[in-house]
Design a protein around this ligand. Structure first.
Ligand code: PLP
Length: 371
């Protein structure tokens, strides 16, 4: 019989996949967590030119090319007013690897990691893989994370707390005051605030501020995946203080060596080229969000306003999700994102308006059936 590690036996393949498998082939899929736009032409060109010039045939520096890390530092100067050393950045295989590095470098066996519930599925799994103990914290009624709830959950055994704004699966955005509080809590309790900012450029209302602007005990995870519709390229990064980056680099060096070189050149071009495509995609998500919210409100479903990302999380009656799937639309049950997600559905609106309207008709039929 095969023997496996306790750590890997403690996790399982994401529940989201089961939903896709249950749906018919011609179902409208509102379950996906990726933008439906092409990668911007200038990003693709960055990779193509580097490939043709023979610049991607070898390993890059473990941290990533200096060109990319400078572009990332400039991005943080532009958006967060931070004076960042490009040496305090590691380019990673997507935001996912960046989260993994942060957990591995900061969590001791049995130490606690606090994260939002409902929250992105990787937080729980990566905590367990690092040998840590997950400590999910319920959200406020408006589906944002309350700094006071995080502070209350912190014990002497807490190593990390995760903040994610705009958030998956809720689409909600933390206020600048909350972000300032998270930074204070991290400094005061000497725990790492791991700020997952992969949706930071997809924001319709409010203002994204990073806790890194307000404190020292912060690591920021970001990626080109959502901002530039580059989920397939697998390019993200983590940035933090020099000592934390050095520890995370130890992990990165052995699990990844370096991020894919073609993707690094595409990311550099994406970050340093024209940014109007980002605004265009955001405006398109904004329009779709409004169509979805209007439709859900018409059905009488209460939905905390998603101010960013491309998800909404309405409260739904019993049997609604099965009825919606039965009507040919895939949405994800809230409990896939944590115990407190129960009674909600995550709806991704990374589809065109026409498809969204068709999906809303099916949801309306399902709502009539179960109410
Ligand atoms: N963080 C959040 C909140 C996400 O939703 C995702 C992807 O869905 C990631 C991180 C991982 O992003 P990447 O595709 O860059 O690994």
């Amino acid at each position: 019989m095969s023997r496996f590690s306790d750590r890997v036996e403690a996790i399982s393949i994401s529940g989201i996949r089961e939903v896709f498998e249950a749906a018919s082939d011609d179902a409208i899929n509102l379950g996906l967590g990726q933008p439906d736009f092409p990668t911007p032409a200038h990003a693709r060109r960055g990779a193509i030119e580097a490939i043709e010039a023979g610049e991607v045939d070898a390993y890059t520096s473990n941290k990533g090319t200096i060109g990319l890390r400078e572009a990332i530092a400039e991005k943080h100067a532009r958006d967060n007013d931070l004076d960042m050393d490009p040496n305090d950045v590691i380019a990673t295989a997507g935001g996912s690897e960046a989260l993994h590095l942060a957990m591995e470098a900061h969590v001791n066996e049995g130490e606690e990691v606090i994260f939002p519930d409902p929250g992105f599925v990787a937080y729980d799994a990566l905590t367990k893989l690092a040998g840590g103990t997950p400590k999910p914290v319920a959200l406020r009624d408006d589906l944002t994370l309350d700094p006071a709830a995080v502070e209350e959950a912190i014990t002497d055994d807490t190593a990390v707390f995760v903040v994610n704004s705009p958030a998956n699966p809720t689409g909600t955005v933390q206020s600048p005051e909350d972000m300032r509080e998270f930074a204070r809590i991290a400094d005061e309790h000497d725990v790492l605030c791991l700020s997952d900012e992969v949706y930071e450029r997809i924001i319709f209302e409010g203002d994204h501020r990073s806790p890194m602007e307000f404190g020292e005990n912060v690591a920021v995870v970001n990626a080109c995946s959502k901002t530039y519709s580059m989920t397939g390229w697998r390019l993200g990064w983590v940035t933090s203080t020099t000592d934390r980056i050095e520890r995370m680099l130890r992990v990165h060096q052995y699990v990844q060596a370096c991020a894919s070189a073609p993707a690094q050149y595409a990311a550099e071009a994406a970050l340093s080229g024209p940014q109007d495509v980002v605004a265009e995609m955001r405006d398109s998500f904004h329009e779709r969000r409004d169509v979805l919210l209007d439709g859900l409100a018409d059905m009488g479903l209460e939905t905390p306003t998603p101010q960013g990302a491309f998800y909404a999380m309405p409260r739904v009656p019993d049997g609604w999700i099965d009825a919606v799937i039965d009507e040919g639309v895939v949405v994800v049950p809230g409990e896939a994102f944590g115990e407190h997600g129960a009674g909600h559905a995550r709806i991704s609106y990374a589809v065109d308006v026409e498809t969204l309207k068709e999906a809303l008709d099916a949801m309306r039929a399902a709502t009539d059936r179960v109410s």
